[in-house]
Design a protein. Structure first.
Length: 250
């Protein structure tokens, strides 16, 4: 049975904090240390970004003239728009004041993942520079502290093009397969599966988001009892990105 246990006692994270040590302390207090082979920590991007200092001071941002004109025409803060563009590889869509961008990581999302919610006053929270590296560092530090292999998924909450509402997704992955490729397997009727790939890391992120919520201030979740899978140290959040050549909408 899969269990999701919120780590509720993490303190407010600040730049330079040892996030792995904070997680280890919280895990000890739950009385549920990571068990061999079945534990994954899902941790929200904002906490990772804060620890890594991925914060932009609004007062230091100087919007370009064209950016200011577009932002003011759409009732948006020009400084925030400038920060969004600085984090973008390209703009996919700009309409009705909404910016859909492709980030430097290759993610396609609203506002390059730049967000004010739960950020310190006067700051914007940016995505980690390399979410996979963030997950790897945390997994290695947690493994050294517990003596067990612990998977880590860095999560964020994104909207979707053709459905209402936001959902948790994985942007950084280590020690957990990002995708389960079932192509070539057979279904219950014996028919071979031709296209089925399960976004395992996204499913874990979405499940963890049910515990984290938006208002509960639970930034990390211990996930235990996942169905057996082969740990994948080489997994990456980028494994979940659709190649532009296969994308009907870009």
């Amino acid at each position: 049975m899969v269990s999701l246990i919120g780590l509720e006692d993490l303190p407010e994270v600040r730049p330079g904090d040892d996030l792995a040590a904070l997680l280890q302390s919280s895990l000890r207090q739950t009385g549920l240390p990571a068990a061999p082979g079945d534990a994954v920590i899902a941790i929200c991007q904002k906490v990772v970004s804060k620890a890594e200092g991925q914060l932009a001071a609004l007062a230091r941002i100087r919007p370009a003239g064209a950016v200011r004109a577009w932002a003011e025409g759409h009732a948006r803060d020009p400084r925030e728009v400038q920060a969004v563009l600085a984090e973008a590889r390209r703009v996919v869509r700009a309409e009705r004041g909404v910016l859909i961008t492709e980030t430097h990581h290759g993610f396609v999302c609203a506002n390059s993942g730049v967000d004010r919610s739960n950020a310190p006053p006067g700051r914007l929270c940016l995505l980690p520079r390399d979410p996979d590296a963030s997950a790897r560092r945390l997994a290695q530090a947690l493994g050294e502290g517990s003596g067990e292999n612990v998977g880590v998924i860095v999560t964020d909450t994104w909207g979707r093009p053709f459905r209402l509402g936001a959902v948790g997704v994985a942007i950084g992955v280590h020690g957990v397969p990002a995708l389960l490729d079932l192509r070539g397997e057979t279904d219950a009727a014996g028919r071979p599966l031709a296209s089925t790939r399960i976004a395992l890391a996204d499913e874990i992120a979405a499940a963890a988001d049910l515990v984290m919520g938006k208002l509960q201030r639970i930034p990390a979740v211990l996930v235990r009892g996942l169905p057996g899978f082969e740990a994948s140290a080489g997994a990456s959040g980028k494994d979940l990105l659709r190649d532009r050549g296969e994308d009907f909408f870009r």
